[in-house]
Design a protein around this ligand. Structure first.
Ligand code: ADP
Length: 172
């Protein structure tokens, strides 16, 4: 049910891929930049509509759009916490990113969901702690939800791949 791969999430043909966005929803660097570059302007257009309606996306929350030209059906944009020493609610918010993204995916009848390692790039979350939170949140969700059959952690670097594998093995 949980898979770990190393690669580029824009190439993954899951029902939905998750984007590590920022609160503006209007694009950024890292995985966000890659998703908008490969998916084309349709995704940004859909984000702009959401911004006009609700004014962006809060940290820990998630919104869904088309995936444009990507092989996935949808993109879920979630906003991870910026690491700020660990006592500013970062862990709860990162956990919420995974849970809220999975809930939104389930509401849209998605069976497979691919996640990047949210917050571990520009936002500076320690990768080991982030991997444990990611695995814990996903397992917690899958324990009670029957709609989602497959969750894929798409790790961009070997360090994250190893850390997520270790976190998953520790829980098995
Ligand atoms: P954040 O601002 O949440 O830290 P980043 O995009 O900077 O978001 O990084 C989140 C993670 O996504 C990092 O581990 C980064 O290496 C990874 N990443 C960057 N590009 C891609 C991609 N094309 N596919 C999958 N993961 C990616």
């Amino acid at each position: 049910m949980i898979q770990i791969i190393k690669g580029d999430i824009t190439k993954v043909a899951a029902d939905v891929i998750v984007n590590a966005a920022n609160t503006s929803l209007l694009g950024g660097g890292g995985v966000d930049g890659a998703i908008h570059r490969s998916g084309g302007p349709e995704i940004l257009e859909a984000c702009r509509k959401i911004v006009a309606k609700q004014g962006g996306c809060k940290t820990g929350e998630a919104v869904i759009t088309t995936a444009g030209k990507l092989p996935a059906r949808y993109v879920i944009h979630t906003v991870g916490p910026v690491w700020n020493g660990g006592l500013k609610g970062e862990a709860e918010r990162l956990h919420a990113c995974y849970i809220n993204s999975l809930e939104l995916a389930a509401q849209h009848h998605c069976r497979s969901v691919a996640f990047p390692n949210i917050s571990t790039g520009i936002y500076g979350y320690p990768k080991k702690e982030a991997a444990t939170i990611a695995v814990t949140a996903v397992q917690q969700f899958l324990a009670t939800n029957r709609g989602i059959k497959e969750v894929i952690f798409v790790c961009f670097d070997e360090e994250n791949e190893t850390l997520v594998k270790t976190a998953l093995e520790a829980k098995r």
